[in-house]
Design a protein around this ligand. Structure first.
Ligand code: NAI
Ligand code: MG
Length: 361
């Protein structure tokens, strides 16, 4: 089978790291491990320059028709003054919203070779491998009312509303339990049922969904305690499922445990349709890094790791994904370092040399 893959390189270092993914795709094909039908389109600032908006209807239709989407990064100072509705990030937000990508998967992996770059001590993070599953389309970022009103005395009142329904919690819980089955079989669910009604419902629904997964263990943890535990003893977690707001914060905490932003991939998944497939977008956690764009400094590992997630979660090519992940681990163990992860006084390699080294491994 050949899979239809849409590449949206975007802006800044996006096209630079995507070029390395294209090389890896070529290598996978040459090895007979995976075959893709590749399409390419524009998103973000590059689409604004070409079409006057950050995502055209044609690009969206292409994304809808693809089996999976790989996105580089969007944004940069060049588009700082465009109207809010058509800023580069609006293209990415529209993709997420229109494709219904409600589940954000953010692995936090600490490679042994890089453990000294972590914010924590080596023994706390070496071999760390957490998967944070963040609900992405509900909760307080989207709930209504959402407004700032002026009170009679002239001061103001701001309102954000946290809303979750049973169905929204059920589907994200299923994503977490299904993932845990393929990993160590442990799920921790973070909420604040002690002070939030949405937390009460979250805990109740996750517990109910868990009944279908007797082979997976479930632990409930209060989100503030979870933040503390992530810094105190992060390896106690495997799959961590949580809502949009707590997931935003906890995944940034987890990111700092791993070393560099240039190493972290992510996936955003939609609902499973009648044919058993689901929409999916894979992208590095980092942005377009305008400070290093065009210099060959960018670390392509987050982007290549995003391809590995795509192989694993969209195409069921677990073996090819394992090979790619272990090639990255071995490349790092061999001492290859881009500038962001190189020790002081050592000579880093370029974006393209890192891609080549991974392909060799
Ligand atoms: P950023 O992630 O682009 O960069 C933060 C720092 O990390 C910079 O010093 C950068 O050089 C470094 N860095 C990031 N990725 C790297 C890589 N692969 N290799 C080596 N170093 C790397 O975040 P920043 O600077 O806050 O935002 C820059 C632009 O990117 C903004 O326009 C922002 O809106 C956009 N952005 C886009 C995202 C996306 O497309 N999903 C996510 C975050 C930011
Ligand atoms: Mg964040």
């Amino acid at each position: 089978t050949s899979y239809k893959l849409l590449l949206l390189p975007g802006d800044g270092i996006g096209p630079e790291v995507m070029a390395e993914v294209e090389k890896v795709i070529g290598a996978l094909d040459a090895l007979g491990l995976a075959r893709f039908e590749i399409e390419r389109d524009l998103v973000g600032g590059s689409a604004i320059d070409a079409h006057g908006k950050p995502l055209t209807d044609e690009a969206l239709a292409r994304a809808d028709a693809a089996d999976a989407i790989l996105l580089g990064a969007v944004g940069g100072p060049k588009w700082a003054d465009v109207a809010y509705e058509i800023r580069p990030e609006a293209g990415l937000l529209r993709l997420r919203k229109d494709l219904g990508l409600f589940a954000n998967l953010r692995p936090a992996i600490c490679y042994p070779a890089l453990a000294d770059g972590s914010a924590l001590k080596r023994e706390l993070v070496e071999g760390l491998d957490i998967m944070i599953v963040r609900e992405l389309t509900g909760g307080v970022y989207f709930g209504e009312p959402k407004e700032i009103t002026t009170l009679p005395d002239g001061s103001k009142r701001a309102v954000d509303t946290q809303v979750y329904t049973t169905a929204e919690i059920e589907r994200i819980a299923h994503v977490a339990f299904d993932l845990a089955r393929k990993r160590s079989g442990r799920v921790a669910s973070a909420e604040k049922h002690n002070v939030m009604k949405s937390g009460v419902l979250w805990k109740e629904v996750v517990t109910k969904v868990h009944a279908d997964y007797s082979d997976v263990t479930l632990e409930h943890v209060l989100a503030d305690n979870c933040a503390m535990q992530l810094v105190r003893r992060p390896k106690q977690y495997d799959v961590l499922v949580t809502d949009n707001l707590f997931g935003d914060v906890l995944s940034d905490v987890a990111a700092m445990l791993t070393g560099s932003l240039g190493m972290l991939p992510s996936a955003s998944l939609g609902a499973v349709d009648a044919k058993g497939s689901r929409k999916a977008l894979y992208e590095p956690v980092h942005g377009s890094a305008p400070d290093i764009a065009g210099k060959g400094y960018a670390n392509p590992i987050a982007m290549i790791g995003s391809l590995a997630m795509c192989l694993r979660y969209s195409f069921g090519l677990g073996e090819a994904a394992d090979l790619l992940d272990s090639a990255v681990t071995r490349t790092l163990a061999s001492g290859a370092r881009t500038r962001d992860i190189a020790a002081e006084g050592t000579t880093p390699i370029s974006t393209s040399e890192m891609g080549d080294a991974i392909i060799r491994e």
